[in-house]
Design a protein around this ligand. Structure first.
Ligand code: BGC
Length: 499
């Protein structure tokens, strides 16, 4: 008997995003109307090494080859597929001419979008893109998989965000994306429209993927659009994205009545470097700022504008933000190890643990690291689950995987992490509905390009042919058994050979 068996009706799936997969197999698949498209083509970014020089037009071509990829999912035996439409494909041009009623108090507390508004939006939408997404979604359903529709996975239409002007003017000119409040209103229109159009097809909804990565990497780093370093802007973007999530949640509820409208979040649990009181406190602040701060707002309706005493601000009670997630998606890749640091930061991340390691080496804890230099730390997925479990919502692992082009550590990565998910369910009582691996196939890893390979299935980007890696067979065995079968249990422990 296998030790690690998952609950009946557990969802086994994969996650994907539009921008990282769609282009590559035809001219028609190219969508040049998003900030990310422009960002990756920008010569200044390429010359300065802020992006890899790889472009989405050379990608795996899901827009044309979606049926093939859905067949691969069936070959594995999957019963769930997470996907998003891209806003820039649905509305390549501005939707601002469709006027809607916006109610304000401490911020935007409600947006009235009527059927008439939706009909107007329908005239502005790109009908070909809408039809194409419908074909994709139907094929997923026809192949017997639950369809999890996420609304936003990072690219913004250019009319909402021109990242080059935003970068070069240091957020003074041009379309400034999430930095501007108008994005909250336009996002709600786009979301309402998609909910209205595809309401009958989706089994579950999520408003956004990893808003925290957008405000962290876009405004505290140079590699994500708009690539400015400005903590105050980062906080403003974070607050706008909280509001945008809440107003998007309202629209999906209104137009679909779904009981499963949630959020997908990058949960990186932290650990103190030492057992000292200062380090333990540092770790608490890190967990608060990177995860709990957000959920305090969207579940408990408490918006802390001081971001854990980093800025002047206070905890504001906002009823309009409260209870805005029916489920929480946890994306987990690694941990962070922190130590105490001067005010107002109170902590700093310690190198050679978590995301701060060298590629293909080992961490200070003797754990293998990925091609990206991320430490494989399976215990962290259990901690991530427990960190958000306190909010009492059903959970799902919505991303977990590893950049490993040689498929050298992935055969261990999957069972070791799943064994920890199993423990969270059995020993900690967590309600985890499913596990979605990142990724089914190789794709464009944002600023890092095609070098970072997350696929269970290798993609030859020249010919677009797909070849399963050994770990695809391992995932398949687990999925088909709904257990880590006994003969694979050795894979649930990292052997010394990897470190
Ligand atoms: C994102 C994916 C990305 C993956 C690996 C997540 O942060 O949602 O788009 O490819 O991590 O970096």
């Amino acid at each position: 008997m296998s030790e690690y068996c998952f609950p009946p009706r557990f969802l086994w799936g994969i996650s994907m995003s539009a921008f990282q997969y769609e282009m590559g197999a035809s001219k028609e698949s190219v969508d040049p109307n998003s900030d990310w498209y422009v960002w990756l083509h920008d010569p200044f970014n390429v010359v300065n090494g802020r992006v890899s020089g790889d472009v989405p037009e050379n990608g795996p071509g899901y827009w044309d080859l979606f049926r093939t990829d859905h067949d691969w999912a069936k070959w594995i035996g999957l019963n769930a597929w997470r996907i998003n439409p891209d806003w820039s494909r649905i509305f390549p041009r501005s939707t601002e001419e469709v006027k809607v009623d916006v109610h304000r108090d401490e911020g935007i507390i409600d947006i009235d979008i009527t059927e008439r508004d939706l009909e107007k939006l329908d005239k502005l939408a790109n009908a070909d893109a809408v039809k194409h997404y419908e074909e994709i979604f139907r094929d997923i359903k026809e192949k017997g998989m639950k369809l999890i529709v996420n609304l936003y996975h990072w690219p913004l239409p250019l009319w909402i965000h021109d990242p080059i002007v935003a970068r070069d003017s240091f957020l003074r000119e041009g379309a400034l994306g999430w930095y501007e409040e108008r994005s909250v209103v336009e996002f709600a229109k786009y979301v309402a429209y998609v909910a209205w159009k595809f309401g009958g097809l989706a089994d579950m909804w999520s408003t956004m993927n990893e808003p925290n990565v957008v405000w962290m990497l876009g405004y505290n780093n140079l590699i994500f659009p708009p690539g400015v370093i400005c903590p105050e802007a980062s906080l403003r973007v974070a607050i706008n994205m909280i509001e945008a999530h809440a107003r998007a949640y309202d629209q999906i509820k209104r137009f679909t009545g779904s009981d499963y409208v949630g959020i997908i979040y990058a949960v990186t649990p932290s650990e103190p470097l030492t057992d000292s009181e200062e380090d333990r406190r540092a770790s608490e602040i890190s967990d608060y700022r990177s995860t709990l701060w957000y959920f305090e707002a969207i579940i408990n309706g408490i918006l802390d504008t001081s971001f854990g005493d980093m800025f002047e601000g206070e905890k504001i009670t906002r009823k309009d933000l409260k209870d805005k997630a029916d489920w929480i998606g946890v994306n987990y890749y690694s941990r962070s190890v922190v130590t105490s640091f001067k005010e107002p930061y109170f902590y700093r991340v310690v190198p050679n643990y978590g995301f701060a390691c060298s590629p293909r080496s080992k961490s200070s804890d003797n754990r293998p690291t990925s091609d990206f230099g991320w430490e494989l730390y399976p215990e962290g997925i259990r901690k991530a689950i427990n960190l958000v479990k306190v909010y009492g919502k059903p959970l799902m692992i919505t991303e977990n995987g590893v950049a490993d082009s040689r498929d050298y550590i992935r055969p261990w990565q999957i069972p070791t992490h799943l064994a920890q998910v199993y423990k969270a369910i059995r020993e900690d009582g967590a309600n985890v509905m499913g596990y979605l691996h990142w990724s089914l196939i190789d794709n464009l890893e944002w600023a890092a390009g095609f070098r970072q390979r997350f696929g269970l299935i290798y993609v030859d980007m020249e010919t677009k042919r797909r070849y399963p890696r050994p770990s695809a067979f391992i995932y398949r065995e687990i999925v088909r058994n709904n257990c880590i079968p006994e003969y694979l249990e050795e894979y649930a422990r990292f052997p010394n050979i990897l470190v």
